[in-house]
Design a protein around this ligand. Structure first.
Ligand SMILES: NC(=O)c1ccc[n+]([C@@H]2O[C@H](COP(=O)([O-])OP(=O)(O)OC[C@H]3O[C@@H](n4cnc5c(N)ncnc54)[C@H](OP(=O)(O)O)[C@@H]3O)[C@@H](O)[C@H]2O)c1
Length: 188
């Protein structure tokens, strides 16, 4: 299955503005891009924290896609659980992908946040990366990835300036195994 990670970041690699959750700081053009790529995919994987802040914001209740939400606490989300709609899982990332492949999914989006990007990329399950670089610097906030000894090799495939402010959209392919010290990285 082809998994595409989608992230919006500041120039210095922050995906949140300090302690604030949500992406109100990203450009209109990035939101448009996110809407467009979501329309092209019927599978979205995200962490429970991103799910919580996106549920109302992204009109998730009316979405017809499969959302796989990674959590260690499935019981907490039992009211939202809906087979084929919102599925909460505590499986390790490889098992999540294997299950989706078995069910016929061929591609999907990995929408974050940091913990879930790190979990999938460190297990070498990300094939493509769309990264929107907003022309901003935040002194604090969550980084794209958590602090792990990764060494991910990428190849630039597309590059586009999407507004006059200078927001840049890049598409990369992940070209090699990324894991330097796999034994130190928890799977689930
Ligand atoms: N700029 C962007 O592109 C972008 C994209 C996405 C999100 N964000 C922002 O990022 C923030 C959220 O990121 P985050 O890193 O804090 O949270 P997250 O990755 O969205 O979710 C973290 C949660 O995932 C679950 N989890 C993590 N590792 C797990 C494992 N090994 N097994 C099972 N479950 C696991 C845990 O859920 P439980 O606690 O339920 O057990 C954990 O609390 C939000 O502020 C959001 O707005 C920004």
């Amino acid at each position: 299955m082809e998994l595409t990670m989608v992230v919006a970041t500041t120039l210095n690699g922050k995906i949140t503005q300090g302690d604030k959750s949500g992406s109100s700081w990203t450009s209109k053009e990035d939101s448009e891009f996110l809407n467009k790529i979501e329309k092209q995919n019927n599978l979205i994987i995200m962490g429970s924290k991103t799910f919580e802040i996106s549920y109302d914001l992204l009109h998730l209740p009316t979405s017809d896609k499969l959302h796989v939400i990674v959590t260690r606490n499935k019981a907490k989300y039992s009211d939202y659980q809906k087979e084929g709609g919102f599925e909460f899982t505590d499986k390790n990332p490889q098992d999540i992908i294997d299950n989706l492949v078995m069910r016929g999914y061929k591609k999907g989006l990995l929408l974050g946040g940091s913990e879930i990007y790190t979990l999938f990329i460190s297990n070498n399950l990300v094939d493509n990366l769309y990264i929107t670089i907003e022309p901003k610097i935040f002194g604090s906030g969550k980084s794209i990835l958590e602090n792990l000894p990764l060494n991910v090799q990428l190849k630039l495939e597309e590059m586009q300036k999407i507004n006059t402010q200078g927001t840049i959209l890049l598409k990369y392919k992940v070209i090699t195994d990324s894991i330097l010290q796999k034994q130190e990285i928890p799977l689930g």
